[in-house]
Write a protein of this length. Structure first.
Length: 156
């Protein structure tokens, strides 16, 4: 992986880890896995942290408008597991499934973080609740979708 690609991955993970560190949840390794030839990194952070990191962006400029209350940003970094290069042409859908209650499903929008692609969107997450984050990843020219799931306990 080239130094700029490494910096882009690290920047995305830094943003994601802000949310993980704040929640006091499981090890960072619980938020990275390899599936279907991709290394997938997932982070969750309060919506306000995203705007601190990207001060030039107001609520209206990111993912279709302001977010209030329990809004959290789910961020996904996607890397080719063999070559180590960032994937910038994926279509990713996230389904957030709470232990109790109704699931939320949204397409993750491509964003640029430190010159590299990442994918994200806002979801309402309640404090001290358990969630499963199901991702479906599709790429142009690929024969099928890749699915990956992450368990997440929201403490923030």
């Amino acid at each position: 992986m080239s130094p700029p690609a490494i910096r882009a991955v690290l920047a995305a993970l830094l943003v994601a880890s802000l949310g993980l560190a704040a929640t006091g949840v499981a090890r960072a390794a619980d938020y990275a896995k390899t599936a279907g030839g991709y290394t997938i990194y997932v982070g969750v952070l309060p919506a306000g942290v995203l705007f601190l990191y990207r001060p030039g962006h107001g609520d209206a400029a990111v993912h279709s408008g302001p977010r209030f209350g329990d809004a959290h940003h789910v961020l996904v970094g996607l890397v080719d597991a063999t070559r180590g290069s960032r994937i910038d042409d994926a279509e990713i859908t996230a389904r957030i499934v709470p232990a109790k209650g109704e699931p939320q499903e949204r397409r993750l929008e491509r964003m640029t973080v430190e010159g590299g692609a990442a994918y994200g969107n806002f979801f309402a997450l309640r404090r001290n609740h358990r969630y499963r984050i199901d991702l479906t990843i599709r790429r142009p020219g690929s024969p099928g979708a890749v699915d990956a799931s992450f368990d997440y306990v929201h403490r923030l």
